[in-house]
Structures are given as structure tokens and as C-alpha cells.
Design a protein around this ligand. Structure first.
Ligand code: 6CS
Ligand code: FE
Length: 302
């Protein structure tokens, strides 16, 4: 990939209409597309909707081990003060911990779990690495929401990700129910790139990770994709998994319940899609947000 031309202009002064995506959703064909843990129906569903969900991806015991680590992080004052930890606006509760696979051996091993890696490579093609990982805590009563956005719009503009050949795996560590702010996605929205208006301030991430203003699409464009695809919130018990394409519009409401909604996110990017300079023109974001140091393809755990 040596194309540094900006095919997805966004963070611009004037509104630009949405346009159809320029990249395939599934980057494999023929036997490579069939050769993997995902059935033909699941690959087709990911291609059509922009996400697929699975119940019981992790066992209760595996979830409990991850939750134990989360509780330790919540007590760890040093971790709370580290740059990769984002607190809820105006509060002391943890909102997100970024670069979690660099903090925890258990989370790192999960990124190379053959069950996960097999599905990811069936969709993105062989050779993927971790672009970003995070835990979103969304604590009870205090967990704020995330405005509608396409991750790719941010990763393209602020991290220089050239094309749409990346996906997120969201693993639910606490039950995602109706009322604790489950992840909401707009089926089919991944097929359109929606440019956003508004220049990206330097160090935008210091605000955007608490409450995103820049890179939130206009209501008319959102209405357009919502009317076409509706909204789905794949609720699931702890241990369930949602895989969503980098350009699928998603967001979540505030958590008004007493139950936390803690999700683990891994972002896989193809080694054919490594980062250029940020297209918004700002300096690159910190390593805990966008991996620029190690693009070697992940090897599955034995
Ligand atoms: O800026 C980012 O990379 C993060 N922002 C959001 C709202 N989702 C993707 C990612 O975690
Ligand atoms: Fe996101």
C-alpha cells in the first residue's frame, strides 16, 4: 500500500455528501473466504450488516479471570494516572484503559487466540496486527455514552489508516442488557463513508475519548443510514462477542442502571493497511491509541 492520497476527506470546513465505500468489506475470496471458523452465512452477514455477534465466546471461567484483572486495575492508582487511562468526565471513575494488551499478558494472549485470529483473517485476509486495544468500563450510574461515529473516520483522519481493512472485536465482560448502555450499531452503515465537518484540534484525543464532538456525523446523514438499516443492540451475557467492521456506525447510551457495562475491544488491522501520517495533518496520536511500533503479523497461540 503506497497510496497516501486521501480518498476519505473528512474533518473539513464544508459539508461533503456521504459516498459509497471504496473497499471490500470481506477481503478474501474463494477458498480463503470459506477456509476459517466462520460459516458462509456468518461471512455473508458480516458483509451485509457490518457486524456479527456470538454468544458464549468466552467461558464463564475465562470471563471471571478477566474481571478479576479489571477489579485490580480499578484499585491501581498508578494505572489510573497513566496517560492511557481515561476517566469519566469530571469524575474519578475509569472510563477506558487503552493499550490493555500491552498491560496484561492475559489480554495479550487473547488477541492471538486462534478462535479469534482465525475469524479475523478469514475476513481481512492473512496477516493482521493490533492497531488498538481498550477496556470501556462504563460503570453503573456514572458511565457516560459514546456519540454515533465510525471508528474508521477517526483512525483515517487522526491515525492515518489509509483504507477500510480493519475490524473491532468487542468482548462483553459484564452482561450487556437493555438498560446499562449496550453497544448500538446501524446495520449496513459500513457501506457509506460519511465525511464530518470541523477541523481536528491538536491533541483532540484528550477530549474526544471523554466526549466526542469532532468526527460525529450530521443528523441528516445519520437519519439516512438509520432509516435504511434501523439500529441493533446485540445484548449478550458476559462472554459474548461482537465483531464489527471499522466503518460501521455505532454508539451507546449512558448507563443509568446499577450494573456496569464493561467491554473489551481489540482492533485488528491488516498488515496491507499500515498507518500513514494522519490525514487531518496533526502530529500522530500516542502509541497507546495507534500502534506504530510493531506491525508484524500476529501468530496464533499454539
Ligand atoms: O479515537 C479512538 O480511536 C476511539 N474513539 C472511539 C469513540 N471509538 C474508537 C476508539 O476507541
Ligand atoms: Fe468506536
Amino acid at each position: 500500500m503506497n497510496d497516501t492520497q486521501d480518498l476519505f476527506p473528512t474533518r473539513i470546513e464544508r459539508k461533503l455528501g456521504m459516498f459509497e465505500r471504496l473497499d471490500p468489506v470481506v477481503h478474501t475470496e474463494g477458498s480463503e473466504r470459506e477456509d476459517g471458523p466462520l460459516s458462509k452465512e456468518q461471512v455473508d452477514e458480516f458483509e451485509e450488516k457490518g457486524f456479527i455477534s456470538f454468544d458464549n465466546f468466552l467461558s464463564e471461567d475465562e470471563v471471571e479471570q478477566f474481571l478479576q484483572e479489571l477489579r485490580e486495575y480499578e484499585e491501581d492508582e498508578d494505572l489510573k494516572l497513566s496517560e492511557g487511562t481515561v476517566l469519566e468526565p469530571g469524575k474519578q471513575e475509569i472510563r477506558s484503559v487503552f493499550g490493555i494488551h500491552q498491560v496484561s499478558e492475559r489480554f495479550d494472549r487473547l488477541t492471538r487466540d486462534p478462535r479469534l485470529l482465525g475469524m479475523v483473517e478469514q475476513l481481512l485476509g492473512k496477516g493482521v496486527y493490533i492497531h488498538q486495544s481498550r477496556i470501556n468500563y462504563k460503570p453503573g450510574f456514572k458511565g457516560k455514552g459514546f456519540d454515533w461515529h465510525s471508528d474508521f473516520e477517526t483512525w483515517h483522519s487522526e491515525d492515518g489508516m489509509p483504507r477500510m481493512r480493519s475490524l473491532s472485536c468487542s468482548i462483553v465482560l459484564t452482561d450487556n442488557g437493555e438498560f446499562n448502555g449496550p453497544l448500538m450499531l446501524i446495520p449496513g452503515s459500513h457501506k457509506y463513508f460519511i465525511p464530518c465537518v470541523g477541523r481536528t484540534p491538536e491533541d483532540n484525543y484528550k477530549e474526544s475519548l471523554k466526549s466526542q464532538d469532532i468526527g460525529v456525523p450530521d443528523d441528516a446523514s445519520l437519519r439516512d443510514v438509520m432509516v435504511k438499516g434501523d439500529i441493533e443492540a446485540p445484548k449478550g451475557k458476559a462472554g459474548s462477542l461482537v465483531m464489527f467492521e471499522c466503518n460501521t456506525m455505532h454508539g451507546s447510551n449512558i448507563n443509568m442502571s446499577c450494573w456496569p457495562r464493561s467491554n473489551l475491544f481489540f482492533v485488528y488491522n491488516s498488515v496491507e493497511n499500515t498507518l500513514h501520517a494522519p490525514y487531518c495533518g496533526n502530529k500522530p496520536r500516542p502509541e497507546f491509541l495507534a500502534n506504530r511500533k510493531d506491525w508484524s503479523p500476529l501468530k496464533p497461540l499454539k
